[in-house]
Ligand binder design. Structure first.
Ligand SMILES: O=C(O)CCC(=O)C(=O)O
Ligand SMILES: [Fe+2]
Length: 678
């Protein structure tokens, strides 16, 4: 089979869309060495800038004055037949078959963590086995001690199946780096907006590097002192008011200039930004399998750039049929004030930038969760600078892996007029965040300067929000003693900060009908510890409704309330979800609906609610009435308007059969959501 890819257009997130043509010639062309990839940068870059070919060959451009860049992979050892596709489990059957058939995939290596194998999972082992036997593909589980050993035994081209739908995320990123470094040609397959896209690993992660010289010296930053890790007194150094270059583990560097702007300069810049810049608070959308999740960004943002997101550029993309996400904000063109900011930041950091992302944290409740700046067009080689105006907020840094057995945590007090720069390689080793600080009442404006290595792409800040479908028994784990109860509502504090920091039973609360089990209801605050709320990166809690498919299934398992042997009244009707809060919208995840105040809909099996807990829900444990029972009975007339479906297309076969599957689904507890005391 001969297929190849031809670049045709850029997806709305800057992913380049490849249409299939002939594969073998593409693989042969590109797998030999990344430098032989036809590259998009060289077409677009201005004279003197480093081309991708030079980058891949490990050469920086002398003309452009850039430092040399080390390609991620060892291109010399690449062999034409060593081709691996990475795919996420969000691909549906037809897409998997399309991938197998058009690229001659011989083996599928399932690399998903074990816990994900459940009957609720999009791809069970059985489903995969059936798929592979139909397609004549060998299904393999990672049995070897290492992925590379497993790959060596598989017959390429091999598809690597990951839980993550985004190749930039976690395990999928890490393992594909490993495979790429071993000389394999790695091609990431994504399904966005109904289209299969293939992006070579190096296109997604290579960055030409924007450091002109790095690290900066006292020539650029007067009185700069270099401090080598381990420095136990780093926090007192950060408070000293003097500039430092902290040389941290893993060859990463942090430049700290606490007095970057003097007081009048900082005041003036803050005033100008407030006057000139229109900030927006977009609703962020995330793909989760076939579902889309929405949440309002807990801060206001704005872009300033002449290269990305201009009004004309976004309009052109839309005219070409691209649906732009709400989070893709139109950029303000550069003006005198912003040009001065770019020039000053470039002089201090000895780096080049082409976009400024501004955030307005209006108060301590506004935040940004732990993340690394890994938007498309950035990547590990990108150096990123950041300045701060207004209220002092803590810029928290945490190493991605332990150093001498423990993760390193550094708190940088970013005050009015301060500046820092994270050097090349930093994003691959560290996470950063601006967590909520309830005591801060004043506004803080932050600006991060970046260099997007994108040809006229769309700059969009990384969005990190995870939502997991879990089997019922796993969900119930966090409920300590509730697991025997039938319908359970589980609220789980998510977001990367929470997830990595807190054990599962500290960030979940699960309860049954409050009227039936008041003592459990009161325990909610104990189960969901305050840390879970204070580390919430997106100010949201997810509520997953765990439902029985049929009333009979539950009565057979003998569900009892905690107050006695009284069984639930399984046939009392559908449970509705209603938004009774006009400040914080309730998002019903399964079908991406935002319920405005007073709106209702049926709560269905698998539905999740996102509650944006803001000031309106502050105070002592407070009950937010979300749902109420209705007298509707199951059956065709009361069939939910929005069947929980694997297909978003109404009327499709999948939607029909899914609706049938779920007609018996009922949630029989009255759902109340309580905010735990902080
Ligand atoms: O507000 C800050 O200091 C951090 C901003 C940030 O991390 C980002 O824009 O990616
Ligand atoms: Fe960031």
């Amino acid at each position: 089979m001969k297929t190849n890819y031809q670049r045709t257009q850029h997806g709305p997130h800057g992913f380049e869309v490849f249409r299939q043509r002939e594969f073998t010639s593409f693989a042969a062309e590109s797998s030999g060495a990344p430098s032989r990839m036809p590259n998009r940068w060289s077409r677009e870059r201005s004279k003197g800038e480093t081309t991708a070919a030079a980058v891949a060959a490990g050469k920086g451009s002398e003309e452009g004055g850039r430092s040399s860049f080390q390609p991620v992979g060892d291109s010399k050892s690449a062999q034409p037949h060593r081709v691996a596709f990475t795919v996420g489990q969000n691909l549906v059957e037809a897409q998997m078959l399309q991938l197998f058939a058009s690229h001659g995939v011989q083996a599928l290596l399932d690399l998903r963590p074990k816990m994900l194998f459940s009957s609720r999972h999009p791809w069970t082992r059985r489903d995969l086995a059936r798929l592979c036997s139909v397609a004549g593909v060998q299904l393999e589980r990672r049995g070897e001690p290492s992925l590379l050993a497993a790959l060596r035994f598989s017959k390429p081209p091999t598809a690597l199946l990951f839980a993550e739908s985004d190749p930039r995320n976690a395990w999928r990123r890490e393992l594909s780096d490993e495979v790429f470094r071993a000389g394999w040609q790695v091609l990431h397959v994504t399904a966005k907006f109904g289209e299969l896209m293939v992006t070579p690993h190096q296109e997604l992660f290579s960055h030409a590097g924007n450091a002109i010289t790095w690290p900066p010296t006292a020539a650029a930053v007067p009185e700069l002192q270099k401090l080598q890790w381990p420095c136990s007194d780093i926090h007192s150094r950060l408070a000293e008011g003097r500039p430092y270059l902290f040389v941290l583990p893993w060859d990463t560097e942090l430049l700290w200039c606490p007095r970057w702007l003097d007081l009048p300069e900082a005041d003036r810049l803050l005033r100008t930004i407030q006057e000139e810049v229109v900030f927006q608070q977009p609703v962020l959308r995330f793909s989760r399998g076939l579902r889309t999740i929405e949440a309002q960004q807990p801060r206001r943002s704005a872009w300033v750039s002449d290269q990305f997101n201009s009004r004309e550029h976004l309009a052109r993309l839309q005219a070409e049929g691209h649906a732009l996400a709400e989070a893709v904000l139109e950029a303000h063109p550069l003006e005198a004030w912003s040009k001065a900011v770019f020039a000053r930041a470039e002089a201090t950091s000895s780096c080049q930038f082409n976009a400024l992302l501004l955030h307005s944290y209006d108060h301590g409740g506004h935040s940004m969760g732990f993340h690394s700046d890994s938007d498309l067009g950035l990547g590990d080689a990108a150096a990123i600078a950041s300045f701060s105006l207004g209220a002092t907020r803590t810029f928290s840094l945490r190493s991605q892996v332990p150093w001498n057995g423990r993760r390193i945590e550094i708190q940088v007090p970013m005050h009015h007029g301060s500046f820092l720069a994270m050097g090349p390689g930093f994003q691959g080793r560290w996470l950063h965040a601006v967590l909520k600080e309830p005591d801060v009442a004043e506004l803080r404006v932050n600006g991060t300067l970046r260099f997007y290595d994108l040809p006229q792409g769309v700059a969009q800040a990384a969005v990190k929000l995870r939502c997991h479908r879990r089997p019922v028994k796993d969900m119930a784990q966090g409920s300590k003693g509730l697991s025997k109860a039938g319908p359970i509502l589980v609220l789980e504090a998510m977001g990367p900060g929470v997830k990595t920091q807190l054990p599962v039973d500290s960030r979940r609360l699960a309860f049954t009908a409050p009227e039936e089990s008041p003592e459990l209801f009161r325990q909610c605050g104990k189960v969901l510890r305050p840390e879970a709320l204070s580390t919430l990166s997106r100010q949201h809690i997810e509520a997953a409704a765990i439902l029985g498919k049929t009333p009979q299934a539950y009565s057979m398992t003998g569900v009892r309330t905690s107050q006695g042997n009284k069984a639930y009244n399984w046939t009392s009707g559908w449970t509705m979800v209603e938004n009774s809060c006009d400040v914080n919208p309730v998002h019903v995840i399964a079908n991406v609906e935002v319920l405005t105040k007073g709106e209702q809909r049926h709560l269905l099996d698998g539905d999740r609610l996102v509650l944006n807990l803001g000031q309106a829900c502050e105070g002592p444990p407070r009950t937010l009435e979300l749902t109420k029972m209705t007298s509707e009975q199951g059956g065709s007339s009361s069939r939910p308007r929005y069947p929980h479906s694997r297909s978003s297309k109404p009327g499709s076969d999948a939607a029909e059969s899914s609706a049938k599957d779920h007609t018996g689904a009922q949630l029989l507890c009255q759902v109340r959501v309580v905010r735990a005391p902080v």
